[in-house]
Design a protein around this ligand. Structure first.
Ligand code: PGA
Length: 251
């Protein structure tokens, strides 16, 4: 049985005051929901310390939105995976489409994934097609290529521990969600692709859906067989909405 996971991707939003209020408003109820479901909050990097302090003694975990693959060096503005462990970061979002569209390649994502695993953290590898690619009938081949880069570099066994987030680019921040059937179809494809190499990894690997998940659509998405939770952007900045989403998983 896979344990479900809901991750809040706050992206580049918030301030010390906003995040103190947001997390403060949600924490008690999230802690209750976290007995049934893994819950992760991924703040912008300057607020790791603040959030790590607030999460002390809580079952809600701290996540990061990116990591660099090198351990140290002349990489101005970057944050190494090993630095994240100083803040008790347990999972790291990698290859988000907002980073891929800025030039992050499949190979970079694969190297970042290996660096995160080497530090004992879990990667959440984002995959997903653009609208143009979907309309051209390339959705599955794009996702397969993105997944393949990680598989080739990190190995099939590593994937058993990893989390994949299927995030169709056309559904991110647009208010347009994949239907539960569309999402399930791609999730089954992802699991099937991994199963060709390892039934064990395929059965263990958690696959999240992301793209305009909200309090109204979460339950139907999470009810699908191969959807093991969600990666939530906009709705994770609204306490009541995010709590409802987390509570929908266990229903
Ligand atoms: P959204 O973002 O929920 O605002 O669509 C999801 C994501 O980009 O991870």
């Amino acid at each position: 049985m896979r344990r479900s996971l809901v991750a809040a991707n706050w992206k580049m939003n918030g301030s010390r005051e906003f995040i103190t209020e947001l997390l403060g408003a949600m924490l008690k109820r999230l802690d209750v929901a976290a007995t049934e479901t893994d819950i992760l909050v991924c703040p912008p990097a300057p607020y790791y310390d603040l959030c790590a302090g607030m999460l002390e003694g809580s079952a809600v975990k701290l996540g990061a939105q990116n990591a660099h693959e090198a351990q140290s060096g002349a990489f101005t503005g970057e944050i190494a995976a090993n630095m994240l462990t100083d803040f008790d970061v347990s999972m790291v979002i990698l290859g988000h489409s907002e980073r891929r569209s800025d030039g992050e390649t499949d190979e970079q994502v694969a190297h970042k994934c290996a660096a995160v695993l080497a530090q004992g953290m879990l990667p959440i590898v984002c995959v997903g097609e653009t609208l143009q690619e979907r309309e051209a009938g390339q959705a599955e081949s794009v996702v397969k290529r993105q997944l393949g880069a990680v598989l080739d570099h990190c190995g099939i066994e590593a994937l058993a521990e990893a989390v994949i987030a299927y995030e169709p680019v056309w559904a991110i921040g647009t208010g347009e969600t994949a239907t539960p059937e569309q999402a399930q179809q791609m999730h089954a494809f992802i699991r099937g692709t991994v199963a060709q190499q390892s039934g064990h990894s395929a059965a263990k690997m958690r696959i999240l859906y992301g793209g305009s998940v909200n309090a109204g659509n979460a339950a139907a998405l999470f009810a699908q067989e191969d959807i093991d939770g969600g990666l939530v952007g906009g709705a994770s900045l609204k306490p009541d909405e995010f709590i409802t989403i987390c509570e929908s998983v266990s229903k």
